[in-house]
Design a protein around this ligand. Structure first.
Ligand SMILES: Nc1ccn([C@@H]2O[C@H](COP(=O)(O)OP(=O)(O)OP(=O)(O)O)[C@@H](O)[C@H]2O)c(=O)n1
Ligand SMILES: C[C@](O)(CO)[C@H](O)COP(=O)(O)O
Length: 227
């Protein structure tokens, strides 16, 4: 459990271009129930009573960001994003001066995050950090080179990693710096920490906390979002 007195930041990587969405603008600025996706995401974090400063990593689309109602929030700081998601997260972490603080890293593209899920992550994470995750429900298949089924993968113990992912600021900054320097493929914060032997807690989160990636996800998120 994250101690009550522990300062807690949030970092939101929001510098992607949304290639898989195929929209005219970065997907984090697409409307969801009449409000840009990033506005939903920032609002959830800024409204949570345990969250202090929120640092958002942005691409070159400042105009879209400046139009968000949250863009002028006093606890919101913006930084330039990087080439990959991990670079954007590290850019944001480098702006956090309190090395004793902890941070939740949450994808801009996950607007359906609930406060109940944040509370569960804070309550069930240990001193090795923790991530929201959802147990795999479907039978999993490994594809062969010819596109047919090569074999079935046992799904017991398999989880989908979600966000937020919760870690000490200084340790995460060090792990991302080392992972990127080593050329490791870092697709989430936990994988950078695992490389250094950390064993973060898996905290079951709602499968409604989807990452809006493809066009269909926008329709699904529209059904799941709770204002
Ligand atoms: N260089 C990058 C790449 C991604 N992200 C952010 O990381 C989150 C998860 O990444 P993903 O869903 O892959 O977003 P995109 O990279 O925009 O999508 P795509 O891979 O389809 O281009 C998103 O909120 C995205 O804005 C980021 O901050 N910086
Ligand atoms: C961080 C993440 O959302 C956990 O599942 C995922 O790794 C992001 O991957 P992406 O390819 O950057 O969307």
């Amino acid at each position: 459990m994250l101690p009550e007195h522990m300062p807690l930041y949030a970092v939101v990587p929001a510098a992607g271009v949304g290639k898989r969405m195929g929209a005219e603008i970065p997907k984090q600025y697409l409307p969801l129930n009449g409000r840009p996706i990033l506005s939903h995401t920032l609002g959830r974090l800024l409204d949570h009573p345990r969250v202090g400063q929120v640092v958002v990593a942005l691409g070159e689309e400042d105009g879209y960001f400046d139009a968000l109602p949250e863009s002028g929030h006093p606890r919101l700081k913006r930084v330039p994003g990087g080439r990959e998601r991990a670079d954007s997260v590290l850019s944001a972490l480098n702006q956090i001066e309190d090395d004793c603080a902890w941070v939740m890293v949450h994808d801009a593209a996950r607007p359906c995050l609930s406060h109940a899920d944040i509370d569960r992550l804070l309550a069930q994470s240990g001193d090795q950090g923790g991530i929201l995750a959802a147990p795999v429900r479907d039978t999993m298949k490994r594809a062969g080179a010819d596109g047919t089924i090569d074999h079935t993968v046992a799904r017991q113990g398999l989880w989908h990693a979600l966000t937020p992912q919760l870690f000490p600021v200084a340790a995460l900054r060090d792990a991302l710096t080392r992972g990127l320097a080593d050329g490791a493929e870092i697709t989430d914060e936990a994988s950078a920490m695992e490389r250094l032997g950390w064993r973060p807690a898996l905290v079951e989160g709602s499968p409604a906390n989807i990452k809006v990636t493809h066009p269909d996800d926008l329709r699904i998120a529209g059904l799941l979002i709770k204002e």
